[in-house]
Design a protein around this ligand. Structure first.
Ligand SMILES: *Cc1c(COP(=O)(O)O)cnc(C)c1O
Length: 229
């Protein structure tokens, strides 16, 4: 079996090659290692190989992992990339550094109210339903500017950017289409005066397309930790 450190190195190489192809500096893209369904030991192994940012989908699972990795807490950045149920917002505000899937102002308000004063502001991305699928969560593109302005004004949050999970597509040209649309929306918000710096898009299967279209953070699970069964 290929080790986590070898797989991490392979993903770093893919990211560097995609940056070179896009004529972007290698340091432009942050790798978020998506450790959902894998145990604390896998996170420890990735940490030992230099990885610091980890993404989780399920709040209960993540809280247990954060707890068992308490000795590394100061070095790790925990990102919640899955949906936030309102009855779990306090645990999210108290335990995570970032949340990527904010898609309602109401949840953002709760997170801001519940973020403890001794912690830095919670770093936030708004999730956008960029492929327009009825079943997926995320704000419709037309709703984003209004919500972004309201979220940016909340005292205990810092709005960093946009996130999307585009519909899977077979080839890189098709994969680039929704990523390009999210980037265009991101640039419109910036032109409107919002100081955004994070475009969270790209996963194991489409990180090259996402980086070609301006991703600054890619969320990679399978290519690092293996299949989730
Ligand atoms: C699981 C997940 C990922 C990682 O997907 P892989 O295909 O395993 O790289 C990225 N983003 C979100 C929101 C996820 O739920």
């Amino acid at each position: 079996m290929v080790s986590i450190s070898t797989r991490l190195e392979q993903v770093r190489t893919r990211i560097a090659a995609a940056c070179t192809a896009a004529q972007r500096p290698a340091g432009d893209v942050t790798l978020l290692a998506v450790s959902k369904t894998f145990g604390a030991d896998a996170v420890r192994e990735a940490h030992a190989a230099g990885q610091r940012a980890f993404g989780e989908n399920y709040i209960q699972e993540a809280l247990a992992k954060i707890e068992s990795l308490a000795d590394l807490r100061a070095q790790l950045h925990w990102h919640l990339i899955g949906p936030i149920q309102s009855n779990k917002s306090r645990a999210v505000a108290e335990n995570f550094d970032w949340v990527h899937a904010v898609d309602r102002l109401k949840i953002a308000q709760r997170l801001s109210d519940q973020r403890p004063d001794h912690l830095p502001p919670l770093q936030v991305c708004l999730q956008v339903n960029i492929s327009g699928e009825a079943s997926k969560s995320g704000l419709a593109p037309a709703e984003v500017a209004g919500v972004a302005k309201a979220v940016a004004a909340l005292p205990r949050l810092r709005l960093r950017g946009l996130m999307a999970i585009p519909e899977p597509a077979g080839d890189i040209e098709a994969q680039r289409v929704p990523h390009r649309a999210l980037h265009a929306l991101f640039e419109r918000l910036r032109a409107d005066g919002l100081p955004l710096d994070t475009l969270s898009m790209g996963m194991s299967a489409d990180l090259e397309a996402a980086i070609a279209e301006g991703a600054t953070l890619v969320r990679v699970g399978t290519a690092i930790f293996g299949g989730r069964g």
